[in-house]
Write a protein that binds this ligand. Structure first.
Ligand SMILES: [Ca+2]
Length: 291
C-alpha cells in the first residue's frame, strides 16, 4: 500500500505504525545495551500507540527484532530518493500536554502555541540519532542523524529522514534486515510513532522573502529565503557581492546584509542538500547601498 504522508513523499514500506504486528512483519522490542524500548498505548494524541525508547549513547538504545526479515534490497538500489523515516516525540513534551484545548507554555524548550494544534518541542538533550540495520548479509549504520528544527510535524512529532545512502557500508546485493537498533546522544527518552521507508522525488525549492531594496552604507538589513526540500536537509550559503566572485559571507535561511561602500550589490544564495542527493539551487537578489 502506498499512501501519501507529506507533500511529495510516498511510503514504500511501513515498518512500524504504532502496532507491533503489521501486514509486513511481527516486531519484538527490547533494550539495546543499557537502553530500552517498550510498546505503550497512547501518547501525544497518537491513537495507535508508540514505542517508548530510551537511548544512552550511539551504541545503546532501542532494539526492534522482525520475526519475518524485511527485504530492503530494492530500497538500497535507488539510494538518491529513498529515506528511512522516523517520527519521534520527546517524552517530556507528551507528558506535559495538558489536553487539546488548553495549551500553555511550560518552560524552557517547550512552546505550546495557544489555540493551535502545533506544539513546538525541542529535545532537552538529544542532538543526534544513530540507526543500525542488521541481518544475514551484515550490518549497516547511519550516523549522525541530525534532529533538525525544519522537520517539525503536528503536535510536537518530529520527522527524521535518514537518506538510505547514509547507511554504510553499502550492501552489495541482497539486503534483508531482522534487527533495527536506534541509539543517540546525549541520552534521552522519546516516543517513536512511525518508522517507514519513503520515496522523495521532489526538488529543493527556495523562495526569496520580500526585503529592503535600498539600505544606507554601514546599516544592516535582513535578507532571507524560504526553503522547501522534502525529506532532504539543506544548508543556505550567502555571498553579498557577486563582483568579486562567490564566497561564503553568511550562512542560514535568514542573514544580515551590510556594506560600507555605496553601490549596487548582487546577493547570491546557494541552497545545498547536506547529503548531496538533490541538486543545488542558487538565486540572486539586488540591493542598492546608498551613502
Ligand atoms: Ca563575493
Amino acid at each position: 500500500m502506498v499512501e501519501t504522508i507529506t507533500a511529495g513523499l510516498t511510503t514504500l514500506l511501513m515498518i512500524y505504525n504504532g502496532a507491533l504486528t503489521t501486514p509486513q512483519t511481527t516486531i519484538t522490542v527490547g533494550a539495546w545495551g543499557g537502553g530500552g524500548c517498550v510498546q505503550v498505548a497512547d501518547v501525544g494524541y497518537q491513537k495507535m500507540g508508540a514505542l517508548d525508547a530510551t537511548v544512552l549513547d550511539a551504541y545503546q538504545g532501542a532494539r526492534l527484532d522482525f520475526k519475518k526479515p524485511l527485504d530492503l534490497t530494492p530500497h538500497f538500489k535507488d539510494t538518491k530518493q529513498v529515506y528511512l523515516e522516523l517520527w519521534v516525540l520527546p517524552r517530556y513534551a507528551a507528558e506535559g500536554q495538558p489536553g487539546a484545548e488548553s495549551y500553555r507554555r511550560v518552560g524552557a524548550g517547550v512552546d505550546y502555541e495557544i489555540g493551535s494544534p502545533l506544539i513546538i518541542s525541542q529535545f532537552r538533550q538529544l542532538r543526534t540519532l544513530r540507526v543500525a540495520l542488521s541481518g544475514p548479509q551484515g550490518m549497516v549504520s547511519a550516523e549522525p542523524c541530525d534532529l533538525v528544527p525544519a522537520t517539525l510535524g503536528d503536535r510536537g512529532w518530529r520527522r527524521i529522514d535518514v537518506p538510505i545512502n547514509k547507511f554504510l557500508p553499502r550492501p552489495k546485493d541482497e539486503f534483508r534486515v531482522d534487527r533495527m537498533m536506534i541509539g543517540g546522544s546525549p541520552a534521552e527518552q522519546f516516543y517513536i510513532g512511525q518508522i517507514a521507508i519513503v520515496h522523495d522525488g521532489t526538488l529543493v525549492q527556495a523562495r526569496i522573502v520580500p526585503h529592503d531594496t535600498h539600505v544606507r552604507a554601514g546599516e544592516q538589513t535582513e535578507v532571507s529565503v524560504e526553503v522547501e526540500s522534502g525529506a532532504a536537509q539543506t544548508a543556505v550559503s550567502w555571498d553579498f557581492d557577486a563582483n568579486d566572485g562567490i564566497q561564503e559571507d553568511a550562512t542560514g535561511t535568514a542573514v544580515w546584509f551590510s556594506r560600507n561602500e555605496p553601490g549596487d550589490y548582487t546577493i547570491t544564495y546557494t541552497v545545498t542538500d547536506v547529503d548531496h542527493n538533490k541538486p543545488t539551487v542558487t538565486g540572486t537578489m539586488s540591493i542598492k547601498v546608498i551613502p
